[in-house]
Write a protein of this length. Structure first.
Length: 444
C-alpha cells in the first residue's frame, strides 16, 4: 500500500559544495522520487552556501542555487546539511539553524569534538535533531549502531582505524618499503591526502573522531582536549621492517575504553601508531579503508569495515541522516539526543598501562644489555622479547674502533609514566647512543 505524500516540500539548505557537498546534491537530484517515498514528503534544495560563487562546482551543482548569504539561507530552511568543515562560520550557522527550529545533519568532526555539547544543547532546547553519521568513518554505519542499536548494552572498548590517509601511507610503507615522505607524496598524488596533510598525519583527524566515539560509547562528554594524540610522522621504514620481522603491522589506532583504577572507572581516549599482530583483523585493512572494533558486554565483539572517506561514500552517510531527520519531521517525534549522564572522569595517558616496542642504538660492549635491563627494571618494566636489528643507514658514523649494535625490545605492560621516565634515563646513559623509536604494542 502506497502512503500519500505530503505535498509541501521540506526545505533543505546545503552549506558547502566541495567534494562531499557536490555528491550530496547529485544524490538528492538522482534519487529525488525515491527519497520522497521513503520520507513521506519531497525535499527541495532552496540554496547552497559557498565562499566563492565563481568556482566551478561541477555538473551536479545548479549555479542558480549558489549563495554567499549563508545566514539568510539557514533561517529559511527546515533541514540544514553542513559539509563546509572548519569551526567557524560552521558553528555559528548551525546554532542559528537549530535556534530557528531546523534539524541539522553535519559531517564536521572537528566542530563536534570541539563544541558538540553546545550543538546538542541547542538541538534539545528547540526540539530538533542533530545527526552526524558522516563525521566518523565515512560511509561506515557506526554512529547510529553505537547511539541506538547498542543503547541497551554496555560498551567496554572501541578500537579502530578511522583515518584513510594515514592507513594508506602506512600500508604503502609496509607493502613497498617506502619511506614516510615518499609514501605521503604518493597519497597526495592519488588524492588520498590533502596538500596540507597535517590534520591527518599528526593524528588530529583521528583524535576528533575518537572524541565523538568516546562521548557516544561511554555517555560522557569527551572533548578533543581529552584525547592523547600522536601522529605517524616519526614512523620510519626501519620501524615498519622491524614490525614485519616480529610478525606485526604498524597502524594508526584510535582507542577509547573504560579503565579501572584506584579512583574507580574512567574513560581513556587516545590516538597513536601501534604494532598489531599480523593475525589481528585490523592488520589486513589496506589502502584508505577504515575498520572499527566495538567490544560490548552482551553483543561481544563487532567489526565495522568500509570506505572511510571520499565524496560519494561520505555523501551516502549524509543522505542517510537526512532521510532520518526528514522522516522525524514528517511523522513527528525526535531522534536521540546527547547522553552524558555517566560523567566519567578522563584517565590521563600517564596513568595507563601499555606494552611498548623500543629501538635503541647502543655501544656493543659487555654489560650494556644488563645496564638497559636494570634501568627498565628500576621503573617496573619487564622485557617480553629482545632481538638485534640492522644498524640504521642514516646513523652517525662511529668513531674509529667503536662497535655499535641496534636492539629491539618489546616490554610487558607498564605504566606510561614509568615508560616515559625509563626512556629519558636510557637516552641519558652512556651505554645508549640513541633511542631511535618508541611505539606501543596493541592487540595481544
Amino acid at each position: 500500500m502506497t502512503e500519500t505524500l505530503r505535498t509541501t516540500p521540506l526545505r533543505v539548505a546545503v552549506l558547502g559544495a566541495g567534494t562531499v557537498g557536490s555528491e550530496v546534491l547529485r544524490l538528492l537530484a538522482e534519487q529525488q522520487e525515491d527519497l520522497a517515498q521513503r520520507i513521506g514528503a519531497p525535499l527541495e534544495v532552496i540554496g547552497v552556501a559557498v565562499r566563492d560563487l565563481d568556482r566551478d562546482r561541477g555538473p551536479h551543482v545548479d549555479r542558480a542555487l549558489l549563495t554567499e548569504d549563508a545566514d539568510s539561507l539557514v533561517e529559511r530552511a527546515d533541514l540544514v546539511v553542513e559539509v563546509m568543515g572548519g569551526l567557524e562560520p560552521a558553528r555559528s550557522l548551525l546554532l542559528r539553524a537549530l535556534g530557528n527550529g531546523a534539524s541539522v545533519v553535519t559531517a564536521n568532526k572537528a566542530l563536534l569534538a570541539a563544541d558538540g555539547a553546545a550543538l546538542y544543547q541547542a538541538a534539545d532546547d528547540h526540539g530538533v535533531d542533530l545527526h552526524f553519521e558522516a563525521a566518523v568513518a565515512g560511509a561506515i554505519p557506526l554512529v547510529r549502531p553505537i547511539r541506538e542499536s547498542l543503547a541497551g548494552d554496555r560498551i567496554e572498548r572501541v578500537l579502530g582505524i578511522v583515518n584513510g590517509t594515514t592507513n594508506f601511507v602506512l600500508d604503502l610503507m609496509t607493502r613497498s618499503g617506502a619511506g614516510f615522505d615518499d609514501a605521503l607524496a604518493l597519497a597526495q598524488e592519488k588524492g588520498f591526502a590533502e596538500a596540507d596533510p597535517t590534520a591527518d598525519v599528526e593524528g588530529l583527524d583521528a583524535a576528533a573522531k575518537a572524541s565523538i566515539l568516546a562521548s557516544l560509547a561511554f555517555h560522557t562528554r569527551v572533548g578533543i582536549q581529552d584525547v592523547h594524540c600522536e601522529g605517524i610522522t616519526r614512523v620510519r621504514a626501519e620501524d615498519i621492517a622491524a614490525a614485519t620481522r616480529m610478525g606485526r603491522v604498524i597502524k594508526l589506532l584510535s582507542i577509547v575504553e573504560r579503565v579501572e583504577g584506584p579512583e574507580g572507572e574512567r574513560v581513556s581516549a587516545r590516538v597513536y601508531p601501534a604494532l598489531l599482530p599480523a593475525s589481528h583483523p585490523l592488520s589486513s585493512v589496506a589502502e584508505a579503508y577504515n575498520a572499527v572494533f566495538v567490544e560490548a558486554d552482551a553483543a561481544g565483539s563487532l567489526m565495522f569495515y568500509g570506505q572511510g572517506a571520499g565524496g560519494a561514500p561520505t555523501a551516502s552517510a549524509v543522505l542517510g541522516d537526512l532521510v532520518a531527520v526528514a522522516r522525524q519531521r514528517v511523522h513527528g517525534g525526535k531522534g536521540p539526543g546527547e547522553s552524558s549522564y555517566a560523567e566519567l572522569p578522563i584517565a590521563p595517558i600517564d596513568t595507563l598501562r601499555t606494552a611498548n616496542y623500543l629501538s635503541l642504538t647502543v655501544h656493543d660492549r659487555p654489560g650494556v644489555l644488563a645496564e638497559i635491563a636494570g634501568i627498565l627494571s628500576a621503573h617496573g618494566i619487564s622485557i617480553s622479547t629482545l632481538h638485534q636489528e640492522p644498524l640504521l643507514s642514516d646513523a652517525a658514523l662511529p668513531e674509529e674502533g667503536e662497535q655499535r649494535a641496534r636492539i629491539g625490545i618489546v616490554t610487558h605492560r607498564a605504566e606510561e609514566s614509568a615508560v616515559r621516565e625509563a626512556c629519558e634515563r636510557l637516552e641519558a646513559t652512556d651505554a645508549v647512543i640513541s633511542l631511535d623509536s618508541r611505539l606501543r604494542v596493541e592487540g595481544d
